[in-house]
Ligand binder design. Structure first.
Ligand SMILES: Nc1nc2c(c(=O)[nH]1)N(C=O)[C@@H](CNc1ccc(C(=O)N[C@@H](CCC(=O)O)C(=O)O)cc1)CN2
Ligand SMILES: Nc1ncnc2c1ncn2[C@@H]1O[C@H](COP(=O)(O)OP(=O)(O)OP(=O)(O)O)[C@@H](O)[C@H]1O
Length: 180
């Protein structure tokens, strides 16, 4: 099985090419829409580079009366927090060119986490950027519904899994909803 870093490098390149060639767009899956209810907190993210853009799912959550949170990181030693974000609020430049809520925004416990990823497999394993931010957040919010957001091209045959890797409950791509 190829190591994680090799999968990241190859999949990021394939993702860049796929987005440049096809301009894919996510559509909110019915199984996701059915789960939304008024007052829930949905953690979304602001895509970097060719990452899948979860905005259509975040917009549907706002329309259903959900509260949106976005990830906020400081450094690897500090756990990632999910901070409240209102659609109009300005975002602040963070590490790696990330756009993040201001650090004093309210910290929320997400009911649903829309998670960015580099690669996934059909067993719902998720490979991220390699800093472990989401794996650690998943442990802090064990009851949240973990939805990976990806372009179909990010699918791997099978991913190397380590003891701390937390699998997803489902994955949404521009083509399908993958779940158990
Ligand atoms: N859009 C988005 N927001 C997110 C994440 C993410 O993966 N995507 N995160 C998920 O954890 C957190 C940020 N974590 C990050 C961890 C590592 C790197 C990083 O090492 N970047 C490299 C190379 C990236 C590349 O080649 O594409 C770098 O910038 O040098 C970036 C973000 C929180 N917000
Ligand atoms: N629960 C945890 N507690 C402490 N360290 C952790 C935990 N989970 C992951 N890590 C650390 O994070 C590092 C990166 O892990 P891994 O390569 O699986 O990240 P990833 O899944 O790609 O990233 P992410 O979860 O941020 O998207 C590893 O060195 C690992 O030791």
């Amino acid at each position: 099985m190829p190591d994680k870093q090799a999968v990241r490098t190859a999949t990021r390149a394939a993702r860049d090419a796929f987005v440049a060639a096809t301009c894919p767009v996510m559509t909110p899956p019915p199984a996701y829409l059915e789960r939304l209810s008024h007052g829930m907190t949905v953690a979304s993210y602001v895509p970097m580079g060719s990452e899948a853009d979860p905005s259509p799912l975040a917009r549907a959550a706002v329309e259903a009366g959900c509260i949106i949170a976005l990830p906020h990181i400081v450094n690897r030693a500090t756990p990632m927090r999910f901070l409240s974000w209102d659609t109009e609020a300005a975002l602040i430049a963070g590490p790696f060119g990330l756009h993040q809520p201001a650090e004093h925004a309210a910290e929320l416990s997400p009911d649903i986490i829309l998670a960015p990823l580099v690669a996934f497999d059909r067993s719902l394993n998720r490979l991220g950027q390699g800093a472990g931010y989401y794996d650690r957040a998943f442990l802090r919010f064990p009851d949240s519904w973990r939805i990976g957001i990806a372009w179909s091209i990010q699918q791997a045959e099978s991913l190397p899994v380590e003891s701390w890797d937390v699998p997803l409950h489902a994955i949404a791509t521009e083509r399908e909803w993958i779940t158990r």
